[in-house]
Design a protein around this ligand. Sequence first.
Ligand SMILES: [Fe+2]
Length: 156
Amino acid sequence: MTKEKILLYIGSFKAAEMWMHAAHHLTKGPSFIANHELLYGRIYETLAEDFDKLVEKSIYQFDDEDFACPLLISSIASEILKNYESPSNLDEKNIAMLAFVLIVDHMKGAEELRNYLSDINMLTLGFDDFISAAINQYETYAYSLNQYVKGLGYQY
Ligand SMILES: [Fe+2]
């Protein structure tokens, strides 16, 4: 039960990283240079680093190497990604709007993981610090995406 739950969170970090990496590849239009590198580029790189830390901490905390299994993680990430429209062949507005939704969902998921670890008495100070710092950074990305979407004249 605990193992399945932790794997689900690990898969969700990988799913978010994959989606944002694709947004980095697929952003288009007048803001391409900035969005490619400074918006989606930074977001996917942060998510890749956070995925890395989450896997390492989970292996250590639960003494289980399955938390690094690429087969398990990719199949969970694939299921999670089915809940989101693919950014391929979307226009810039829709990519940005979906990216905002995804980062907000990702923040909620990371907070759930923190609360779950606390509930089962597995939230070390280091784990707590890692998740809190990650969410802090995601909030900055959510702000950036929200401002960008507003500038495109998109109405939620
Ligand atoms: Fe690239």
